[in-house]
Write a protein that binds this ligand. Structure first.
Ligand SMILES: NC(=O)c1ccc[n+]([C@@H]2O[C@H](COP(=O)([O-])OP(=O)(O)OC[C@H]3O[C@@H](n4cnc5c(N)ncnc54)[C@H](O)[C@@H]3O)[C@@H](O)[C@H]2O)c1
Length: 101
């Protein structure tokens, strides 16, 4: 799961683990908190980095990806649209496309 140390992702990870699913979190902690992972394995890394995503998928043995890593500050997106595009669009494409390389 990406962004699992953030608000939505951490609650989703908690619910999945309660339902006995294994969860591995990939989060760069730019806005999230290590404690929010509640003890789930946390890979500190960035979804914009294809090698990191590929390694995380391989090492975790993930069979599914839930993607919650994103910037969400509206004013920030107006100040830095290219940065938000790279994080939220390119970053979102990295996980699924990496699966097929
Ligand atoms: N919070 C809401 O009410 C809400 C409602 C609807 C949709 N969403 C969407 O859900 C997603 C998550 O929102 P949230 O409120 O949990 O935000 P959040 O900031 O609490 O969590 C996002 C997490 O992603 C991580 N992250 C950001 N960029 C990253 C990167 N490049 N690589 C790795 N990790 C990265 C941050 O460190 C953080 O832990 C966003 O796409 C948001 O738009 C949120």
């Amino acid at each position: 799961m990406t962004g699992g140390a953030g608000y939505v992702g951490s609650h989703c990870a908690k619910a999945l683990r309660r339902a006995a699913h294994g969860v591995v979190i990939l989060d760069n902690l730019s806005a999230g908190h290590r404690e929010a992972a509640l003890g789930a394995p946390l890979i500190e890394g960035d979804v914009r980095d294809v090698d990191t995503v590929r390694r995380a998928l391989r090492d975790s043995g993930a069979t599914a990806v839930m993607h919650f890593a994103a910037f969400l500050d509206v004013a920030g997106s107006a100040r830095d649209p290219a940065g938000y595009y790279r994080n939220n669009v390119v970053g979102a494409l990295n996980a699924p496309t990496t699966l097929f390389r």
